[in-house]
Design a protein around this ligand. Structure first.
Ligand code: CA2
Length: 143
C-alpha cells in the first residue's frame, strides 16, 4: 500500500519568502511529516515536486496501479490546469487536494480550484500540519 505526495510549482521555495502566508518551514519539513504519517499507518511513501505541468501529469499517470492514494498540492496550477484535473479524473484511487494557505480567503483568482471537482476531498489553511492531516485523511478513506 502506497501514498504518493505531489507538490507543484514554486513549492521548492517554501520557507524562503512570504512567511506570513506560508510559514517558515521548508518543503523538506512538510515532506518529513507526511512520510512519518504514512509510515505510522504502515504505508509506503513517495514524494515528487515539479515546476512543470507535464511532469506532474506524468507522475499522476504513473500512479495508476502503483499508488493507492495521491496527496497533491498543485500550487498555482490549482487555479488553471484543466490538464492536471483531467489526469486526476483518470486516476481511480483516493485523491486529496492540499494547500498550505486557504486560497478561498485570499485573492479572487485563487478562489477557483479546477481540480476540486475531481478529488476525494480538500485540506487547506493548516500550513505544515496539513501535510500530515492529508496523509491521515487518505489512509482513513482507504481503510
Ligand atoms: O496554499 C497553497 O499551498 C498554494 O497551493 C500555494 C501556491 C499558490 O499559488 C496557491 O494558490 C495556494 C503557491 C506556492 C508557492 O509557494 C511559495 C512559498 C514560499 C515562497 C515561495 C513560494
Amino acid at each position: 500500500m502506497k501514498i504518493l505526495l505531489l507538490d507543484g510549482p514554486n513549492l521548492n521555495l517554501l520557507g524562503t519568502r512570504e512567511p506570513e502566508i506560508y510559514g517558515t518551514d521548508t518543503l523538506a519539513d512538510c515532506v518529513r511529516d507526511a512520510a512519518a504519517a504514512a509510515a505510522s499507518h504502515g504505508y509506503e511513501f513517495e514524494h515528487r515536486q515539479s515546476n512543470h505541468e507535464g511532469e506532474i501529469i506524468e507522475a499522476i499517470h504513473a500512479a495508476r496501479g502503483t499508488a493507492d492514494a495521491i496527496v497533491i498540492n498543485p500550487g498555482a496550477f490549482t487555479h488553471s490546469s484543466y490538464a492536471i484535473a483531467d489526469a486526476l479524473a483518470a486516476y481511480d484511487g483516493v485523491k486529496v487536494e492540499l494547500h498550505l494557505s486557504n486560497p478561498s480567503a485570499r485573492e479572487e483568482w485563487r478562489r477557483l480550484s479546477v481540480v476540486a471537482p475531481v478529488v476525494t476531498g480538500t485540506i487547506a489553511g493548516f500550513g505544515r500540519a496539513g501535510y500530515r492531516m492529508a496523509v491521515d485523511a487518505a489512509v482513513g478513506r482507504l481503510a
